[in-house]
Design a protein around this ligand. Structure first.
Ligand code: 6GU
Length: 252
């Protein structure tokens, strides 16, 4: 999958995306990050990309011409989805990531200042996408978030140790708490049930912990899940209570 990223800071997105799992995915040829410097497409001596807004008001806008010419150079002529990262966009979710993971090329447009001239966005047929209800200084971090979330859904990007199926959101719930060695650390013991070797009870405990955690931390997700699985209300299932004192989850 090819990600064309149009940005004023190509070094930032390259550095952020060539490390760890995504760096390996690029080496394996599963993804390709094509960071394009919008400033290379300016037509003035000062390589200026911004100007004042018509109608007045504070702040500068990225002009249409360099953005659109960067787009044509990166991916013009190939039919594919173009995404503009903006707090005014459609909310990026796991579902949205899964939808994008089916594409073979995406162009991401990163704005700065007060944004980009609307005509360039229209000419590129860009879909506006937001990563959450807060304001960032530019689209680079959101673009990196999107590339990460989409890439890990591409077959082969995650190894066996990083499996994508039992995780938070895969089933609409937050993930249960997990423990590694030793059995006791700083006076806190791993929940006994996890040492029991009884896989059915372990699975039941994990589901209950997922439900409790989701209910407490994300009541919105919990209500949605319970509407779809009314038999699984947290605390209603046999043999499952919130953790007793000496276990780690009691402290969360
Ligand atoms: Cl996509 N861009 C910016 N600048 N801020 C954001 C955002 C995007 N999503 C949330 N905040």
């Amino acid at each position: 999958m090819v990600f064309n990223i149009l940005t004023l800071f190509p070094g930032m997105v390259e550095a952020g995306l060539n490390t760890s799992i995504l760096g390996r995915a690029a080496e394996k040829g599963l993804i390709r990050i094509n960071a394009v410097d919008i400033r290379d497409f300016t037509e003035n001596r000062h390589r200026r990309v911004d100007d004042y807004t018509y109608g007045g008001g504070a702040g500068m806008l990225m002009q249409a011409q360099p953005v659109y010419d960067a787009f044509l150079a990166a991916a013009g002529g190939r039919k594919h989805r173009v995404i503009y990262l903006t707090p005014q966009g459609r909310l990026f979710t796991q579902e949205y990531a899964a939808e994008l993971a089916a594409e073979d090329e995406i162009t991401l447009v990163c704005g700065h200042y007060e944004g980009i001239d609307e005509r360039a966005l229209e000419a590129m047929n860009a879909e506006p996408v937001s990563i959450g209800d807060y304001v960032l200084t530019g689209g680079e971090l959101p673009a990196m978030v999107l590339v990460d979330a989409v890439s890990r859904l591409i077959p082969g990007v995650l190894g066996n140790h990083e499996s994508a199926d039992t995780e938070s959101f895969g089933n609409g719930l937050l993930e249960y708490p997990q423990y590694s060695r030793p059995e006791e650390w700083m006076g806190m013991r791993v929940p006994e049930i996890l040492l029991s070797g009884d896989h059915a009870r372990v699975d039941a405990w994990r589901l209950e912990q997922s439900l409790l955690r989701t209910k407490e931390r994300r009541p919105d997700l919990y209500e949605k899940y319970i509407t779809e699985h009314p038999e699984e209300k947290a605390g209603k299932r046999a043999g499952n209570r919130k953790n007793t004192k000496k276990t780690h989850t009691g402290l969360q």
